[in-house]
Design a protein around this ligand. Sequence first.
Ligand code: ADP
Length: 576
Amino acid sequence: MKIKTKLNAGVGLLFFMIIVLSTLGGWFIYQLKKDTQNILAANYNTLQYSRNMLLSLEEIEKEPFALSEFQKNLDLQRQNITESGEKEATQNIHEHFSELQNDQGNYSLHSAIRKDIAELMQLNMNAIQIKSGIANTTAQNAIAVISIAGTLCFLIAFILMVNLPANISNPIRELTSSIHQIANQNYRQRVQFESNSEFGELARSFNTMAEKLQEYSESRIDKILKGKKRIETLIDNMHDAVIGIDENRKVLFVNDEALKISGLKKENFVGKLIQDVAVSNDLVRDLIKEIINPDAEKNPAELLKIFVEGKENYFEKEILDIKVIPTGEKESSFIGQVIMLRNITPFKELDLAKTRFIGTVSHEFKTPISSIQMGLQLLENEKIGSLNEEQQKLIKGIEDDTVRLLKITGELLNIAQLETGVSQLNIRPFKINHMIEEVIKTNKSAADKRQISIYTDVDSTLDVMNADQEKTLWVLNNIVSNAIRYSYELSKVIIKVERLNSEHVKFSVTDRGLGIEEQYLKHIFTRYFRVPGTKTEGTGLGLSISKEFIEAQGGSISVESEIGNGSIFSFILKIN
Ligand code: ADP
């Protein structure tokens, strides 16, 4: 049955019961009223008239108008005949009264009339008793009928009160709990209600929706599984090694390449805590250094050299944090990390080939350039023949170019040697003063050309130091030549050598040149870096080579500079 029909029927029944009860009540009240009115009209009036007649009869001897009063009440009584026998009793009174009117002194008539009246009164009192009995029965019937009807109504109302709200609220409760189940992704949830009520329709719609959601979720899971398989295959076939860990550092996946280079079996890797795997595997230990100790200083350029299948391979390590924003939230949460080892061996091999090529070329260039230099010196010699002014200028130009060429090839050769690891340290004692003199000699002509004076300030307590003389000289030469090249004409360059402590010596070269902007200072020792806008020719290699030469000897190199005020390049080395 439809909810609306049920409600209509329930409320209608209650309404009907109210009508039945009120009609019954009204009918019985009417009956009782009729019974009492009957007594009043039919009997009470007769008693009243009889009483008046008796009183008038007492007065007849003294008051002549009492006769008319008697006559008046008798007439009223004659019109109020209601009981059987009443008519005869009234007729007797009338006859005796007519006789009394003709014979007023006859006292026997007085008593006859009194008797008649008494009989009339008795008749009516009997009738009153009977009618009161009837009214009583009516009242008892009314109580019985109304009580039965009331009890019936109460029972029906009670049944309705118990059943009707539950009939509506139970399905709503069931539906609410089913909706909760669906919200919790339990798409198998169904509801069953009486099929032809509105809830039945609702249940059918709900079940259709749940079925479709179930279908969708199953197809989605299928899609997700396929997608997962695709990604797993992709990761497995990657040439780079990939290891995925969750937020508790448990290994989630490892691809074939990672297994190959680590030499581990999948079952000994996946599902284990990565730090436990690292205990027995050097490579994994190396990989998770940063994960275990995130505050440790990172070296982004650090490459991992790993022997795979008897061949040297180079890998670049990258650790990616995986963060997702959960549905309905604003903050992203950390769910794990992916460690990637990019195999850069082919690039490394190409780079090495390039470096070797540069090394070979610059080495091969050195001899012909030196021969050109010698040839030029011979040409300048007057014994060979004199040159006119024009020719001398040309020779000077060629000489400058060969010096530059020699500097460039020298720098390239140094770089190639550093990269290939050919460059070796040759530590032995040498005199500091000799090295300074050599530097001044080398840079004299360049300084003179720009009218720059070179000053020296060497600590007199310093004499011999133990280092790679060639490389240290090269660095000092490079710094002094930079100081001259990047200074204004007529300025001065100071070479200072001081004892820092009993173990260290500090070389510094101060110029009053252009200076370097603060933003470029951190890049100055990077390969091929040149301050933007630098007009003087150069390769941008000198300072990077200097840094590597000094650091190879356990020293450090630094720069202080202020734009427009000049620069101070200094390096510190051990004395012994
Ligand atoms: P190069 O001098 O061949 O360009 P360097 O590595 O020696 O290469 O120097 C890198 C850059 O640093 C230069 O190009 C120049 O811009 C800047 N630089 C080096 N020394 C000085 C200096 N004393 N004063 C100002 N700038 C300098």
